[in-house]
Write a protein that binds this ligand. Structure first.
Ligand SMILES: [Zn+2]
Ligand SMILES: [Zn+2]
Length: 569
């Protein structure tokens, strides 16, 4: 039986054929390359007969729907390679694909007089593809090789029902409305500049949020005996050669010369942490040794994939490295998972998906150690009564891992947080500890990142809360609004006391109407307004107005402080 996932992938894949079919009818001479189904929909890369423009999309989409209405059956048959080469004699891309397919035959899909080289996996007829929509035209390259002739990519989405398509579009619109890049500007949190492409600039309010996120994680770490370190941003190439980054990650790293040596800007914090571990002999009594670092790392992402704070070229990780004995893995993982759940629950994420990725084929290290570590990950989750799925063979070559996925208020899924067991670095850097027997033993290393990238997590919560950050995280928690200037003196006293208490308070100093002041505070998306009129002054009271319009009248200052303290917990 086919799973739903297979069905939707077949639908998307078939829609890619439909797109190619429509383009071939409308623009004869267009050379087709590849057209796969994707996480979101489908695309087709083509060398067009003439350059496609944005205005062509409705035309192509209309033709796709027309072909869908023809209700053509989709068939798929094997063809021997020589025959297929004749069929594609004018298409170097398909010829290259044919050469790459093992065996003597290839698959050819057909609908009406249109055909396409393909592996198969289709819906039955084009009639099932009516709920299709083209979303964009972009540039691409054959096999992502920039030295090759540029191609054009048309992307689209497709659904089984019109309702599903409408729901997707509604969500898309909602997401655009609360795009963190828009909110970041609107709320004066951060900006991006030509002078540093992909490097975010945090404004006072945005930096405050990042600092609060760090302070919260630091509190969780300290409660669990983590110790914080800080390692250099630039380190010599000898370290990166030893860590394997030079061989496998060089394209994403930045380099510079210092004196006679080549230095790299760190893309990860692990090697720096390892140098700290290895500064002196370690005893088993020191293990587990948990070294945390809020490390700022740089990675050279291609300019085309940069996306606000979600995808940047420099970001801060809430990194921690745990050096422990193999027998301690399970207990340490329990602690990490507890930290992860505390953090995710604190931000209101309740719907958390947990996956364990196990030993891949090209794994390094002792199979017995792999088994022990993988069982420790499973055991930890079982002890915590957390359901999980297993991603068989999907682990990194150097160890199994746990990943957390969350669902936000708009139903979108985000991967957040990893717990990665690592046998490779301890071996590669010859890390040791003196066991109780007096023997030198090799520790296991666990990489932990819960927010992952603080910048990315900031973007996720900004969109999740639609700009309304929770009270404890709001750069400005309380705005004081007086009805007339006559209440300013009383309001000032309240503000001073709240500030003395450590709350983040501002006063609207304008002489605008109260309705205007309320509107402005709402637009700033801050959680609390304290409205002070003559009645409040006379009764020595405060009216608390929440952002959603709910009001609480006649509160004392002590009551307001108590409420704020509860939310700041
Ligand atoms: Zn196909
Ligand atoms: Zn690490």
């Amino acid at each position: 039986m086919k799973s739903l996932n297979n069905d939707i992938m077949a639908l998307r894949h078939s829609a890619a054929h439909l797109l190619a079919h429509a383009v071939s009818e409308l623009f004869p001479g267009t050379i087709l390359t590849i057209g796969p189904a994707t996480e979101e929909g489908f695309f087709y890369d083509m060398l067009p007969a003439r350059n496609f423009k944005e205005e062509d999309l409705p035309l192509i989409e209309a033709r796709m729907k027309e072909i869908a209405n023809r209700n053509l059956p989709l068939t798929h048959e094997p063809m021997n390679k020589d025959e297929a080469r004749k069929l594609y004699k004018n298409n170097p891309y398909k010829l290259e694909l044919i050469d790459g397919i093992p065996g003597d035959t290839v698959g050819i899909a057909r609908q009406g007089d249109f055909y396409d080289l393909c592996r198969g996996g289709h819906v039955d007829t084009t009639g099932m593809l009516k709920n299709v929509k083209l979303t964009q035209i972009s540039g691409s390259y054959w096999r992502a090789d920039r030295s090759k002739q540029p191609l054009q990519r048309i992307s689209g989405i497709v659904f089984f029902t019109a309702q599903d398509l409408a729901e997707y579009e509604r969500k898309k619109e909602e997401a655009a409305k609360y795009d963190h890049r828009k909110l970041g500007k609107q709320l004066d949190l951060f900006s991006f500049h030509e002078e540093g492409v992909g490097f975010p600039f945090f404004h006072p309010k945005g930096k405050l949020v990042i600092n609060l996120m760090i302070a919260y994680m630091r509190k969780l770490q300290q409660a669990n005996n983590y110790q914080e370190i800080s390692t250099p941003t630039m380190l010599s190439d000898t370290l990166w050669k030893r860590s394997g980054h030079w061989a496998h990650y060089k394209d994403k790293m930045y380099f510079c010369d210092i004196d006679e040596s080549v230095y790299a800007v760190k893309p990860m914090n692990c090697p720096g942490s390892i140098l700290v571990y290895a500064t002196r002999p370690r005893s088993y009594r020191e293990l587990p040794l948990k070294l945390a670092e809020f490390g700022h790392v740089h990675r050279h992402e291609l300019s085309g994939v940069l996306h606000g704070l979600m995808r940047v070229r420099a970001f801060t990780q809430d990194d921690a490295h745990i050096y422990c004995m193999p027998d301690q893995i399970e207990q340490e993982v329990i602690t990490i998972v507890k930290i992860a759940y505390s953090m995710l629950n604190k931000f209101g994420f309740k719907d958390i998906d947990v996956t364990i990725s196990t030993k891949p084929e090209d794994a390094m290290g002792d199979p017995a150690l792999w088994e022990k570590a993988t069982n420790a990950l499973k055991g930890a989750l079982q002890q915590l009564n957390i359901p999980f799925t297993i991603s068989e063979g999907e682990g990194a070559f150097y160890g199994p891992k746990i990943e957390f996925r969350i669902k936000d208020s708009m139903g979108r899924e985000w991967q957040c947080g990893t717990v990665q067991v690592d046998f490779f670095f301890p071996q590669n850097f010859e890390l040791e500890y003196i066991a109780s027997s007096g023997q030198r033993e090799r520790p296991v290393m666990i990489h932990q990142a819960i927010y992952g990238s603080l910048e990315r997590f900031f973007a996720i919560i900004l969109e999740h809360f639609k700009g309304h950050l929770p009270f404890w995280l709001s750069p400005v928690q309380i705005k004081i609004l007086t009805i007339t200037d006559a209440q300013k003196e009383y309001a000032q006293k309240i503000m001073d006391k709240l500030k003395d208490h450590g709350l983040r308070v501002e006063m609207d100093e304008t002489s605008d109407q109260i309705s205007g002041k309320i509107k402005r505070a709402q637009e700033e998306k801050l959680p609390w307004m304290l409205v002070i009129g003559q009645k409040e002054v006379d009764n020595n009271a405060i009216t608390l107005r929440h952002n959603d319009g709910k009001q609480e009248f006649g509160l004392t200052l002590e009551q307001v402080i108590k409420k704020a303290d509860d939310l700041n917990q």
